[in-house]
Design a binder for this molecule. Structure first.
Ligand code: ADP
Length: 264
């Protein structure tokens, strides 16, 4: 059974338990984020992260040209290498890939990103962010077939060869759809989509695939991206999608067993 697991990059995520759990499995692709490391590295390089909120309330990173360097150094550098190293130490033959490797993640540039600033809608200038429109799965299949585990993270590449920052949750969804994965697990620093963000017992779910959007009013900030990703995966035929905690022991087993916000 092929599964796609996404581990969050925000503070508080339990990367070690996820990797320890994955090391017992063989047929999976790991997708990673890296927001906290991008923020840290950006500060130290003098290019702190900037975010904007779209008119529909989705928060996105503003990736100008200088910030793209930070994204590449953090994602394809520190975050991915550390995951590959740690999986290797657990006996897993992991291979780190950005979306540029083998043209794995082909994205289209967001042409007219719009932000709400002081109550007005403005255009976001010089934003190198995109949306994945194609996943070239051959490379993933070759690696999996040879016993390697692909570890995939942003950025993606455009058809014109430009690096584009993309959302890792949505990358995970697209990879799951393209591979025909049985399950997509979005593991994060909360127990699922919560009705009340401050109350871990207020978890929503299970929800049916046509009711994914009904969770949107409860979600703020980047949780909205996970719901968008879940919607895309559901529309693309992924049988089981779970937004769940990375912070428990055996987070993959727990999520597969339904301990999270389950969409099916
Ligand atoms: P990751 O790096 O794991 O992808 P994010 O920080 O991008 O994590 O998204 C998870 C965060 O979304 C939570 O830590 C929480 O602050 C926020 N959030 C917003 N709305 C909700 C909600 N309704 N339920 C749970 N978390 C929410």
């Amino acid at each position: 059974m092929t599964i796609v697991v996404k581990i969050g990059g925000a503070e508080g995520n339990g990367v070690a338990p996820v990797l320890a759990d994955l090391a017992r499995r063989s047929d999976y692709v790991l997708v990673h984020g890296g927001s906290a490391e991008i923020d840290r590295l950006g500060e130290s390089m003098g290019h702190p992260s900037r975010y904007y909120t779209s008119p529909s309330g989705v928060v996105s990173r503003h990736t100008d040209s200088e910030h793209m360097d930070v994204v590449v150094l953090a994602m394809a550098g520190r975050v991915q290498t550390e995951i590959v190293r740690a999986l290797g130490a657990l006996g897993v033959r992991a291979v780190g890939l950005s979306g540029a490797d083998g043209g794995l993640l082909i994205a289209r540039k967001k042409e007219a990103s719009r932000a709400v600033e002081d109550g007005r809608v403005v255009r976001v200038k010089d934003d190198r962010s995109g949306v994945v429109e194609e996943v070239r799965t051959e490379l993933l299949r070759v690696l999996l077939g040879a016993g390697y585990i692909p570890v995939v993270g942003p950025p993606a590449i455009s058809r014109a060869g430009e690096l584009l920052n993309v959302d890792a949750d949505r990358v995970a969804a697209q990879v799951a759809v393209a591979l025909g994965a049985e399950a997509l697990l979005l593991l994060t620093n909360v127990t699922g989509v919560l009705r009340d963000r401050n109350d871990p017992t207020s978890r929503i779910g299970p929800v049916s695939r046509d009711a994914v959007d009904s969770m949107m009013p409860y979600a703020e900030g980047r949780m909205r991206k996970k719901i968008l990703a879940a919607r895309e995966a559901a529309a693309g035929g992924v049988g089981r999608i779970v937004i769940a905690s990375s912070m428990v022991s055996e987070p993959v087993e727990h999520a597969l067993a339904g301990d999270g916000t389950v969409i099916e």
